[in-house]
Ligand binder design. Structure first.
Ligand code: MD3
Ligand code: FE
Length: 202
């Protein structure tokens, strides 16, 4: 199986999830989807992506155990931790990975995610990313600032990327979604990305 190193610590395994695993993950996302919200940012902006969290809720820019309306965050299922351990192991990282956060992002044809760093987790364990549905252009930058150098990589349905080591604090984002690129057999219009993280919190 191809294993592309985007940068030191950033490992891309195209088409890592087989068709059955993509369907199972999509079915789970559909169960979580009633909780999907456009996140409001402290600067007054609203994210174009719709998001639902498992385990811990990302209330920009910190993690909490309760949603903005006071209700409990959805549980992080054990099977998702198992999938995360298989993923980091396949990418060549230590198998002792214990993720306790999943962020599920839904992109319609117009959604984007600006360049940012993921630094709200106390632990620097790898971040695991799974993509489903339409292809997206993922921009992978540097650890210094939002500017160049960056590389643009297409992420397709079934792709796994693991970001650890030197890449864990790199700037990254989604510049566009390519509508209509998903396999019609999957039955998803748009794109889902599921990231797994270790909070480092109790
Ligand atoms: C590199 N999500 O949820 S996944 C995010 O496709 C996020 O929804 C994008 O960025 C998406 O924070 C990109 C790829 C990704 C995820 C986390 C990373 C790359 C990363 C953390 C550190 C470095
Ligand atoms: Fe991110």
């Amino acid at each position: 199986r191809p294993r592309r190193e985007l940068a030191p610590g950033a490992v891309h395994l195209p088409d890592w999830l087989d068709c059955t695993e993509q369907r199972r993950l999509l079915a789970a996302c559909r169960e979580w989807s009633p909780g999907m919200r456009h996140q409001r940012l402290p600067n007054g902006g609203v994210m174009s992506v719709r998001m639902v969290c498992l385990g811990w809720h990302w209330a920009p820019y910190r993690y909490t155990k309760v949603l903005d309306d006071g209700s409990a965050v959805l549980p992080f299922p054990n099977w998702l931790g198992d999938l995360g351990r298989r993923a980091v192991t396949a990418a060549g990282f230590a198998p002792d990975y214990r993720p306790d956060i999943a962020l599920v992002n839904f992109y319609d044809a117009d959604a984007k995610m600006g360049l940012h760093q993921d630094k709200d987790e106390r632990a620097l364990d790898p971040v695991v990313s799974f993509s489903l549905g339409d292809t997206a252009v993922f921009r992978f930058g540097n650890t210094e600032n939002r500017g160049r150098p960056w590389t643009d990589v297409e992420l397709r349905s079934g792709d796994l990327v693991v970001f650890g080591g030197e890449s864990r604090l790199a700037y990254h984002g989604i510049t566009k979604v390519l509508p209509g690129t998903a396999d019609p057999d999957l039955g998803l219009t748009g794109r889902l990305n599921i990231t797994l993280r270790a909070s480092g919190m109790d």
